[in-house]
Design a protein around this ligand. Structure first.
Ligand SMILES: Nc1ncnc2c1ncn2[C@@H]1O[C@H](COP(=O)(O)OP(=O)(O)OP(=O)(O)O)[C@@H](O)[C@H]1O
Ligand SMILES: [Mg+2]
Length: 250
């Protein structure tokens, strides 16, 4: 068996009545940074959700392996315990649960052990400082009334507190002002520094990538990866759009 961290093998999947991914393969080694780009509706978020095990999506054929284990049929909580994390394009709002309590519960669930309250508070305060977040946010209900940018920062806070082996960031940089993009990038760098975790970044925007060394770029169009390459692909996309890959696909 290979020693890759994540291996998606010829995945065909979607929702009940519709196939969205039509044979996607991708292999991520420990510590690597992969970028997935592609037009709206191509299936990027769907791929992230399938790696995370979102039960709304159905696998028709193909497999997903994590550290050599077949996780295709595993529920989300088990995958989280294995060290997979996903930051959502549209994070949930939960009234009655504070950000702090949510992160603590998640940390304990994933680590399968109790975390001392004092240690947790200290760590949370430290990471909130990295993200330029006012400590008061920890006491607010999860995402309720948070601005778009604040929600994205709350997602990166979870990433820093959970230290997963693989983090999937789904448009964590969209809708952020220029300073917030820098802050989120700093958070991602901190994650890399602390754990050397791998990343799959789904984005339409090159800004968040400027401070990261990108190992591989994949272009997803209409449920298929039509091109994979190194970071020079980013410049080609920036210059010419996705039209150039449509021609290659035919
Ligand atoms: N739960 C769902 N129910 C119905 N259709 C869905 C569902 N999830 C995804 N789709 C459809 O599957 C296709 C791919 O969606 P997906 O969200 O993966 O695209 P995306 O590449 O992330 O696009 P964007 O760049 O706009 O975020 C779209 O046509 C979308 O409408
Ligand atoms: Mg999406």
């Amino acid at each position: 068996m290979s020693d890759s961290l994540l291996k998606v093998e010829n995945l065909c999947a979607g929702i009940e009545e519709k196939e969205i991914l039509k044979g996607v393969s991708i292999e991520v080694n420990p510590g690597e940074v992969h970028v997935i780009m592609g037009p709206n509706g191509a299936g990027k978020s769907t791929l992230g959700n399938l790696i995370m095990g979102n039960p709304n999506y159905k696998v028709n054929s193909g497999k997903v392996f994590f550290e050599g284990n077949d996780i295709t049929d595993e529920p989300t909580d088990k995958r989280a315990k294995r060290g997979i994390f996903m930051s959502f394009q549209n994070p949930l709002e939960i009234a009655g649960l504070t950000l702090s309590d949510f992160v603590r519960t998640a940390t304990e669930a994933v680590g399968e052990k109790k975390v001392k309250f004092f240690d947790f508070k200290k760590e949370l305060a430290k990471e909130m400082e990295v993200l330029n977040m006012d400590g008061e946010y920890a006491k607010r209900d999860l995402n309720v009334g948070f601005s778009g940018g604040e929600k994205k920062k709350a997602e990166i806070l979870q990433l820093l507190m959970l230290s997963p082996k693989l983090a999937i960031l789904d448009e964590t940089d969209s809708g952020l002002d220029i300073d917030a993009v820098r802050t989120v990038s700093a958070g991602v760098e901190e994650y890399r520094k602390n754990t050397n975790g791998a990343l799959i970044i789904i984005t339409h925007n090159m800004n968040i990538l400027s401070s990261l060394k990108v190992d591989k770029v994949h272009v997803l169009m209409d449920g298929k990866i039509v091109k994979s390459g190194d970071e020079t692909l980013l410049a080609a996309i920036n210059e010419s759009g996705y039209g150039i890959f449509e021609k290659e696909e035919r």
